[in-house]
Design a protein around this ligand. Structure first.
Ligand code: PSU
Ligand code: MN
Length: 284
């Protein structure tokens, strides 16, 4: 098959998901984790309007400082390209960039999905999973979302959801959600076999591999839920909507749990990067 095992990494988590300079250190560290596990790391983003799979450390530093870097989802691609903008890629746009560069495996933290509340807000991460054949390794959908609805949408869209070492969909900060996965895999080879079948059968959707946050870094469920409720109330009070909502909620939770949420976030990112590299190797 392909020559090198390659793993795509996203840049929204750098530019809009983690505080500076932890975001910069984390981005470089994740690349190192992928390399140590025997694969090439390709951090994705738009640089002067160009879709890049393999940002340089200097470009990553620029994204980490986050000054004129927008958060680009699918709807923004043409605008970013035509105007030559710098843009960080979400799960949706990282899938798009990865696929354009022939990269099949992508590691991220948490998937976007259906938000809670009355204003209907659904991440284009789900649209991308429905349309772009890339395998996404994550720690489940972020618990700030409406997880049952998000799970239901994945089913409707025909996206296989694999639990890595677990029977339940993990909930990002915590290891379980009470929601079932479609299959459990316990080795990278098992995941690779399902992905190969998916592609050989001509299926065109992406696939989700959800690995739980490592036990020692998981948040206590009550702590996580309380922080989420508080963050949602703060977003409501501040009238935050649209693309600002996810970064707002994550930042609020990070601030209000001390280091705990940040630790969980870093631990699961690293875990996912390592697993993605192993899956990419198993696919060769
Ligand atoms: N999970 C995190 N940090 C993040 C994100 C997810 O822990 O920064 C980002 C991802 O890039 C994801 C995006 O694709 O949030 C979803 O944003 P939206 O809901 O606006 O589609
Ligand atoms: Mn949205």
């Amino acid at each position: 098959m392909s020559q090198h095992a390659r793993v795509a990494l996203e840049s929204t988590v750098i530019a809009h998901g983690l505080p500076y300079p932890r975001n910069y250190e984390t981005a470089l560290h994740l690349e190192e984790v992928v390399r140590a596990a025997g694969a090439e790391a390709r951090t994705c983003g738009f640089w002067q309007g160009e879709p890049v799979a393999g940002l340089t450390p200097e470009q990553i530093a620029y994204f980490a400082r986050g000054e004129d870097v927008i958060k680009a989802s699918l709807r923004d691609i043409a605008i970013v390209a035509a105007r030559g903008l710098h843009a960080a890629t979400t799960v949706a746009t990282t899938m798009w960039v990865a696929h354009r560069h022939g990269i099949q495996v992508f590691a991220t933290g948490g998937l976007g999905g259906v938000h809670r509340g009355e204003d209907y807000d659904e991440s284009a991460d789900l649209t991308a999973l429905a349309a772009i054949p890339v395998l996404v390794v994550c720690a489940g959908a972020k618990a700030i979302l409406d997880l049952p609805r998000t799970r239901e949408r994945l089913e409707t869209l025909g996206v296989p959801v694999i639990g890595y070492g677990v029977d339940e969909l993990p909930a990002f900060y915590t290891r379980s959600s009470g929601l079932a996965v479609d299959a459990r895999c316990d080795t990278p080879e098992e995941v690779a076999a399902i992905w190969k079948a998916h592609r050989q059968l001509g299926l065109r959707t992406g696939m989700l591999v959800a690995a739980p946050v490592p036990e020692e870094a998981a948040l206590d469920e009550d702590v996580a839920n309380a922080a989420i409720e508080e963050a949602l109330a703060a977003a409501d009070a501040a009238g935050v909507k649209g693309k600002a909502i996810t970064p707002f909620l994550l930042a609020h939770i990070a601030e209000h749990t001390g280091e705990a949420a940040l630790r969980a976030n870093l631990a699961l990112l690293e875990n996912n990067a390592r697993l993605a590299a192993a899956i990419a190797r198993a696919l060769r």
